[in-house]
Design a protein around this ligand. Sequence first.
Ligand code: FE2
Length: 224
Amino acid sequence: MKYVCSICGYVYDELKEGKSFDSLQDSWTCPWCGAGKSAFRAQGEPRTAPDAGKESGEKTQRSEPVLHDGDMKKLSAGEISAICSNLARGCEKQYKNKEAELYRRIAGYFAAAVPDEPEADMELLSGLIKNDLQQGYPDLRTAAEEAGDRGTLRICVWGEKVTSILNSLLMRYEREGENFLKNTQIWVCTICGFVYVGDQPPELCPVCKVPDWKFEKVERRVSA
Ligand SMILES: [Fe+2]
């Protein structure tokens, strides 16, 4: 039997490895992208929407998308900043450097207006990520399918993969604490946001397939 990583496509072949997939330790991770065992599915099995609560046994109801006629949601400064920074990356990828620079400036302007979040902690972050996986992306995909918006559907594919791996990394951090990040580095793909923990970035981003030089090392903040 073969098992495929739903994040990066790595194939675990039980015959070649001489070990059944089930017998691998729970802490085993995908050698390409670092995803946990729960990100794997038996080859040939139909794709299902990622279930962020799988590892912790949670289950939530999927809600229907809510549409407001002619009423665009008001965005916070942080959301505008994130969107503009993504647009800057998109322009960069298409070698539109002037436009990229303008988007970066707008992103910086709004980032400076983002208020401090005094309640921010792991629990809040982890809740937001799980909500994106269980509700945000499925709702967005449904709306994009209804609107025939192929661009947004592509965003869903990348976004879900990147968010799933982030969720899996956070769960490992919760389990292993600082030991998880000891003597290693954190890398972020500047194109799709894929986060990788390892000494060197992967040769190719398993999500968007750009080469390793598109990865940036995350420098740790020194607390004052
Ligand atoms: Fe990437």
